[in-house]
Design a protein around this ligand. Structure first.
Ligand code: FEO
Length: 513
């Protein structure tokens, strides 16, 4: 494969991978993929945008060498640190010792752990520019599309958007441009959206607003065809797939269950009857051995409450239940009110095991309900009580703190929770509060900027704006930080914080325990 000219002094230097059948372990491919990378030559400097998967590093280097002497390259813009795009950075650092990597801090922390060596870095933020001489790259924050560090680059003079994974397709075709490709890649474009980007609809929405403000002649994604015809069509597709129709519908509760001898089904029926009698929910009930997993998952992605029922067989929940639980991701299930129920015989591990997995999925988990063998009339009454308590939880969700704390303690026990000032080198403060951040401890869990984007905005510099919310709100958000990378201390007791108990985000919290 060779380099391709996109417009004068802008080249595609990526590679095709037509035979790939499985991407990221999770996504089966029908038409392979490509790893798109780009080169922009200004009158003063040469910049690369992203690299390719490591196994294609030599082909990538050969493509670059068709256009420039490698030592002439000044910058590598890393828009996204996933190894399908960052995998050839080690090779570049070997061949271009003067190379400066242009990226943000989150990506920098990831890259350090990928290349395992020092490198020159220039940090950029949303709206920042890199002037190459007659060609300016303007950077556009796109956090969580689909990793925390992701951003786009907009080539101002040529009106080209380098969009990282957004608008990508796993579709290999060496004609590269959508107007030259005569095969239909729309199903692959849609699959890519569904599998990779669609978990982060809120962020796509924000990015589309930024994209729509641009004059655009071309979109150069990180996979699949370069879009230079019908751009509006593809942008509108993202818009339509992302928008959530407004609805006055009641919250959805999903019950997904299976039953060995009908006992767990009896519990399900009692719970369902109670929930229906309350009249407050829309309900969908799935018997897991009879329903395609995709259908159950789609319902769960839209639900406010989830109940899973399983018998215990051989000291565990049964396979159809694990198939479902194993196919869910916390990015989709975070915050759902959930619990489990089931009948057991000589041991009853199914319910507690399901509860454990629900915690891993960051659901707000209520105690489960289980009985031995065949539920009696009295136990059916108890199932009704279980349903009423569940109903209350769905209708009056508490804030998410407890869920996150359970996650900290039980799932991630190695995290250091104590505050050691020398580890928290970054400080952001006003007259009321000091927010501390330890970048080395940060797992980029996204909890802070999903909950409170007016204060925590990774695409900005500084990324913490302590004046973006009242003190109590900042405290609550930091209390829920799963890694403990954020902490706070109070300089004064601000009015908004008077009634707030200091939680695990407070620097002295664990000393008091
Ligand atoms: Fe194509 Fe998220 O890497």
């Amino acid at each position: 494969m060779a380099a391709i000219k996109i417009v004068p002094d802008v080249y595609g230097v990526g590679v095709q991978d037509p035979d790939l059948k499985l991407f990221d372990v999770i996504m089966e491919l029908d038409h392979g993929t490509s790893y798109n990378a780009y080169l922009v030559r200004g009158s003063d400097h040469i910049a690369l945008i992203d690299t390719v998967k490591e196994e294609f590093a030599q082909e990538y280097a050969d493509n670059l060498a068709e256009i420039v002497e490698l030592q002439e390259i000044d910058y590598l813009v890393v828009q996204h640190a996933e190894p399908d795009h960052a995998g050839s950075i080690r090779m570049l650092l070997d061949k271009v010792p003067g190379l400066t990597i242009v990226t943000n801090y989150a990506a920098y922390t990831f890259l350090k752990a990928i290349v395992n060596r020092e490198f020159k870095v220039k940090f950029v933020a949303h709206d920042g520019e890199l002037d190459l001489g007659g060609k300016r790259l303007r950077f556009i924050g796109a956090p969580l599309l689909h990793w925390p560090e992701t951003f786009y680059s907009y080539l101002v003079e040529d009106e080209i958007l380098f969009s990282s994974d957004t608008f990508g397709s796993h579709f290999s075709d060496d004609r590269w441009f959508n107007d030259l490709i005569d095969r239909d890649f729309l199903p692959d474009f849609k699959d890519y959206y569904d599998m990779i980007l669609g978990h982060f609809k809120k962020y796509i929405w924000s990015a589309l607003k930024r994209i729509k403000a641009l004059e655009l002649k071309m979109i150069c994604p990180a996979h699949g065809p370069i879009l230079r015809e019908n751009l509006e069509y593809y942008i509108d597709l993202y818009h339509d797939w992302t928008i959530k129709p407004k609805t006055d519908e009641k919250p959805l509760v999903v019950i997904a269950y299976t039953s060995a001898y009908g006992y767990t089904e009896k519990i399900m029926a009692a719970v369902k009857a109670e929930l229906e009698a309350g009249g407050q929910f829309k309900m969908e009930v799935f018997e897991l051995t009879q329903t395609p997993l995709t259908k159950v998952k789609e319902a769960i992605h839209n639900c406010s409450g989830l109940l899973i029922g399983s018998p215990t067989i051989n000291k565990d929940a049964v396979k159809p239940v694990w198939d479902l639980l194993g196919s869910l991701s916390p990015v989709d299930t975070n915050g759902i009110v959930a619990s489990a129920f089931g009948s057991f015989g000589w041991s009853g591990e199914a319910v507690p095991n399901i509860i454990l997995r629900m915690r891993m999925l960051r659901m707000r988990v209520m105690p489960g309900f289980r009985i031995q063998f065949n539920p009696s009339a009295e136990q059916i009454e108890e199932a009704g009580q279980f349903a009423r308590e569940f109903m209350q939880a769905v209708l009056q969700p508490e804030e998410k703190l407890e869920k996150v704390l359970i996650y900290q303690r039980e799932i991630n026990p190695l995290n250091p929770y104590s505050f050691e000032a020398e580890n928290y080198k970054r400080k952001y403060e006003n007259e009321d509060i000091i927010v501390y951040w330890n970048p080395d401890q940060c797992t980029h869990d996204t909890n802070c900027f999903v909950s409170l984007s007016s204060v925590f905005a990774p695409e900005k510099t500084p990324w913490v704006n302590v004046n973006g919310a009242d003190v109590a709100t900042i405290m609550k958000t930091i209390d829920a930080c799963p890694s403990g990378a954020l902490k706070y201390n109070l300089k004064t007791v601000a009015a908004s914080a008077e009634k707030i108990e200091k939680g695990p985000g407070w620097v002295g919290y664990y000393d008091k325990k």
